[in-house]
Design a binder for this molecule. Structure first.
Ligand SMILES: NC(=O)C1=CN([C@@H]2O[C@H](COP(=O)(O)OP(=O)(O)OC[C@H]3O[C@@H](n4cnc5c(N)ncnc54)[C@H](OP(=O)(O)O)[C@@H]3O)[C@@H](O)[C@H]2O)C=CC1
Ligand SMILES: O=C([O-])CC(=O)C(=O)O
Length: 270
């Protein structure tokens, strides 16, 4: 049975932990870690599998797969610790991989140490189609993310421009630019644009629009890709997670589905 450790026990980490604990993912949850240590201890004690709460280095040594569900800032430390110890890593804060040097460093570590870097589809669908399409010429990739005000609060772009998001009474585009910039301005809102960039045309050519929308209660992502294969449109209307309005519930489900796939010999989809 695979042994899993989770770094970051927030909206996504907790959902993954519960799915391992109740057998949805056929694996053993050996440890969790979160800088909110007391909360992590309380949460760990609520699980049947009784995972330990261990700092990163000790967590890594005890598991086969390390899940990062913390923040972009945590990705380097978590992924390097896992991969250099021959442990696979699953990354949720995908925006961190817009750093080309970091991405190459992690790829090299994974190759040299015979382990893997898993990036779930997260809060969007359609990455399989974009991955297939990108074998041939792609002309454009765009993603428009619409969230209610509470799903965008605290983003560096919002703070820097002193935007009072609650004041918008109609849907308003507040950002338009390449994913390379979007992911830095909205690190907790558009990781999906990073995943799309990684399978498609990269961070400079993937265009991102962010819309604050007072008329919706869901987190909506619309993707359009045009290329030699034809046209692809996808729209997803995500229920926000109970505890973090920036994060869609589907992101956690996607992480759980990825872990299930890792534990399964049968792999379906591109
Ligand atoms: N790929 C995708 O499609 C999606 C990705 N995400 C990303 O996934 C990540 C997790 O999301 P979510 O669960 O909603 O976030 P939460 O904020 O709910 O939980 C993250 C937890 O990790 C803790 N944490 C942050 N940094 C560290 C660290 N270096 N070491 C240990 N613990 C740490 C946080 O503590 P504290 O509260 O002190 O910060 C918090 O308790 C985020 O980066 C988010 O942006 C989210 C949605 C979709
Ligand atoms: O959960 C979502 O809807 C998207 C999100 O926050 C992200 O990609 O960072």
């Amino acid at each position: 049975m695979f042994k899993i450790g989770i770094v970051g026990a927030g909206a996504i980490g907790k959902e993954i932990a519960r799915a391992i604990d109740d057998g949805t993912v056929p694996a053993k949850l050996v440890a969790i870690w979160d800088r909110q240590v007391d909360e992590a201890r309380e949460f760990a004690a609520s699980l049947k599998q009784n995972p330990k709460v261990l700092p990163l280095e000790r967590l890594v040594r005890q598991c086969d797969i390390v899940v990062e569900a913390a923040s972009q800032a945590a990705v380097r430390e978590v992924a390097v610790a896992a991969l250099s110890n021959s442990r696979s890593v699953m990354i949720m804060s995908v925006g961190a991989l817009s750093d080309k040097q970091l991405l190459e460093e992690l790829r090299t570590l994974a190759r040299e140490n015979h382990c893997h870097i898993h990036v779930p589809s997260g809060a969007i669908g359609g990455l399989d189609a974009v991955k297939s399409a990108s074998i041939k010429r792609i002309d454009c990739v765009t993603i428009t993310t619409r969230k209610p005000a509470k799903g965008l609060k605290g983003a560096p772009f919002v703070i820097k421009n002193d935007l009072d998001l609650d004041k918008f009474t109609v849907p308003t585009e507040i950002f338009s630019g390449p994913a390379a910039v979007a992911i830095k301005e909205f690190p907790a809102n558009v990781n999906v644009a990073a995943s799309l960039s990684l399978v498609g045309v990269g961070f400079e050519k993937t265009m991102v629009k962010v819309v604050v929308d007072p008329t919706i209660s869901r987190n909506v992502h619309e993707i359009h890709v045009k290329g030699e294969f034809g046209d692809f449109h996808a729209k997803i209307e995500n229920v926000p997670s109970d505890t973090n309005p920036k994060t869609s519930f589907l992101a956690a489900l996607s992480a759980i589905a990825t872990l299930k796939q890792v534990c399964e010999p049968l792999k379906i989809g591109t």
